[in-house]
Design a protein around this ligand. Structure first.
Ligand code: OXD
Ligand code: MN
Length: 587
């Protein structure tokens, strides 16, 4: 008798009519065979074997270089269940419209079946997905990003408890590209794109959109968060989860080389993008990294911004849409630390010239196994996860938000997350640098109505014993000349230390209308070159700017109508009242 997964794979084969079906075992030998094929047909370009062992460059179709949020749909039975921040299609309509694009899509191609585990192999919190795809690049990427192959099939056995994901490159036309999620059925369909977040279905599609829906049903949290441990001089590690929008530095923060290393503060990496968090039997909030690798933005990565990553990806790494040096065949991107030069081949495979725009695509990526980072924590695969003491929200805000502040309590912290905003980046198609509201950095990834998601967050607080303290950070504040006030990167450890000190109850703060802001002397700034004026500006809270901001957030919340939790409205009102009081007091 065929198992549920075999039956589903048969159905996929009947629809897409591949020349053959290959069940992936995740082995090195299988990967070697795929590499050879991809080198032969041009999917991969070999890089320098001496400096970058077993590293390859993949150039995706130039029309297919980022997540396409406008072509991404949540297909719940009712439009309300998907909510106003998602594109919606009724499930039957979506299937009727998109099934013809899958029909015969794999003729003369191989259909690869990728069983994979999200989360550590032996964790009770992990889940199995199965993706079918006609892209060997997707197979190789999923092998890095998840626990893929035989281990997943073993875990699944004859159970039907897996999330099926059907993927085909189709004809790569944006007109026939759809990324569909059916959260009620726990099903994913993706056609017409070979790009990371659209095509590696374990990542955003399952680990965030489908998982966030499951998490609400089952009482846990699937979040767009990095996970790190801050080791202190006493040997104690404080674990933190942080949500920043795409391409706002989650990877760099998670892998930071601390500027307070001599003082005994070190950052250990657990994950850089997706955290699954459960209330454990002892009542603590425990987090696992859903993934096994990093799919990070390459431009701007260099020995100063992320030295650990520079070490991690000198072997067994896939580079996507970076440039390369023609003679030495090494990957190259803007901000790598060397000037662009005539010897470059750009991300489209053309000789680069100074007038021809960026040599690497701004959303070019590396795909590398997490345990290749020298900063990886020895606890990163703990089946029970790591205990979270702090949750951090953040975004790119040139003005307004201070370097760091602490929310008054859990519910206020949920409000702080719900009012997050950030300037857009190249991680998704569309304009770059425009401010957009991005609650909990989940706008593109929440698989259901975001008003219900806020309520879920509010409901989780009381279930956790000693709920984590919630903070907001902003590394991107600028002065009136447009210069960043804070150097960021390795210096961000000073902010993490203040957060850890607040948890221990040993750092001072000023009680402001928006929350608790560090007093200048409570931050450890020894050995750092920052003027008192810059520091004051970084930590300042301007009540009239914040009053404007609360008007903007109130306007944003209107889209949720009656579904918005009363507590969010209460928090909004309480903040406005606190701001009004300080404005009056200041007069
Ligand atoms: C990512 C993203 O790839 O958020 O992680 O776009
Ligand atoms: Mn992300």
């Amino acid at each position: 008798m065929a198992t549920p997964v075999e039956q589903w794979v048969d159905e996929c084969a009947r629809l897409m009519k591949p020349a053959k079906t290959v069940w992936c075992d995740g082995s090195q030998a299988e990967n070697d065979r795929l590499v050879d094929e991809m080198l032969r047909d041009g999917t991969y370009v070999a890089l320098n074997e001496k400096t970058h062992q077993r590293c390859y460059l993949h150039r995706s179709n130039p029309n297919d270089v980022a997540r396409t949020e406008n072509l991404t749909f949540i297909c719940t039975r009712t439009k309300d269940a998907a909510g106003p921040t998602n594109n919606w299609m009724a499930p039957q309509e979506a299937k009727d419209k998109v099934r013809p694009l899958f029909d015969g899509a794999m003729k003369n191609r191989t259909m690869y079946v990728i069983p994979y585990i999200l989360g550590p192999e032996k964790s009770p919190y992990s889940k199995v997905g199965v993706e079918v795809t006609d892209s060997p690049y997707v197979v190789a990427s999923m092998r890095i990003m998840s626990r893929m192959g035989t281990a997943a099939l073993h875990r699944l056995g004859s159970s039907d408890d897996f999330v099926p994901g059907m993927h085909s490159l189709g004809d790569l036309s944006p007109d026939r590209r759809f990324i569909l999620h059916f959260p009620e059925e726990k099903l994913i369909w993706s056609v017409g794109s070979g790009y990371g977040g659209n095509a590696l279905l374990g990542k955003k599609c399952f680990a965030l959109r489908i998982a966030s829906f499951m998490a609400r049903e089952q009482g846990w949290m699937a979040e767009h968060m990095l996970l790190l441990g801050l080791e202190g001089p006493s040997g104690k590690t404080t674990y933190m989860a942080a949500a920043f929008p795409s391409a706002c530095g989650k990877t760099n923060l998670a892998m930071m080389v601390s500027s307070l290393e001599k003082e005994g503060y070190r950052v250990k990496t657990i994950g850089d993008d997706i955290a699954w968090m459960h209330v454990a039997k002892d009542g603590t909030l425990r987090a696992v990294n859903a993934e096994a690798g990093f799919f990070g933005v390459a431009p701007g990565t260099n020995l100063k911004t992320n030295p650990n990553m520079m070490t991690a990806f000198d072997h067994d790494t896939i580079f996507t849409n970076t440039a390369m040096t023609a003679v030495s065949r090494e990957p190259w991107w803007e901000g790598i630390g060397t000037e662009p030069h005539e010897d470059l081949i750009d991300w489209k495979g053309q000789k680069w010239t100074p007038g021809s725009g960026p040599a690497a695509h701004p959303n070019s990526r590396y795909t590398v196994a997490a345990d290749q980072s020298p900063s990886i924590s020895s606890h990163w695969e703990d089946p029970e996860g790591i205990p979270i003491s702090a949750i951090i929200f953040g975004g790119r805000r040139a003005k307004l938000a201070p370097l760091v502040y602490e929310a008054r309590d859990w519910n206020h912290g949920v409000f702080v997350g719900a009012t997050m905003a950030s300037e857009t980046t190249a991680a998704a198609t569309g304009a770059v640098g425009v401010s957009r509201r991005d609650p909990m950095a989940m706008i593109p990834f929440c698989g259901y109505n975001m008003a219900d998601y806020f309520q879920h967050w509010l409901d989780m607080g009381p279930k956790i014993k000693n709920a984590p303290k919630i903070f907001h950070v902003n590394w991107f504040r600028k002065d009136s000349n447009g210069k960043f006030l804070w150097p960021g990167f390795g210096e961000n450890v000073r902010v993490l230390k203040w957060i850890a000190d607040r948890i221990e109850g040993c750092a001072a703060a000023t009680d402001t209308p928006i929350g608790f802001v560090p007093t200048p002397s409570s931050l450890t700034l020894d050995g750092m070159n920052i003027s008192r004026e810059s520091l004051d500006e970084l930590l300042s809270v301007n009540s009239s700017d914040w009053a404007q901001e609360t008007e903007a957030t109130a306007k944003f919340f209107e889209i949720f109508g009656d579904r918005l939790p009363q507590e969010i409205t209460n928090q909004q009102k309480a903040l406005s009242d606190r701001l009004a009081r300080t404005t009056v007091a200041a007069k």
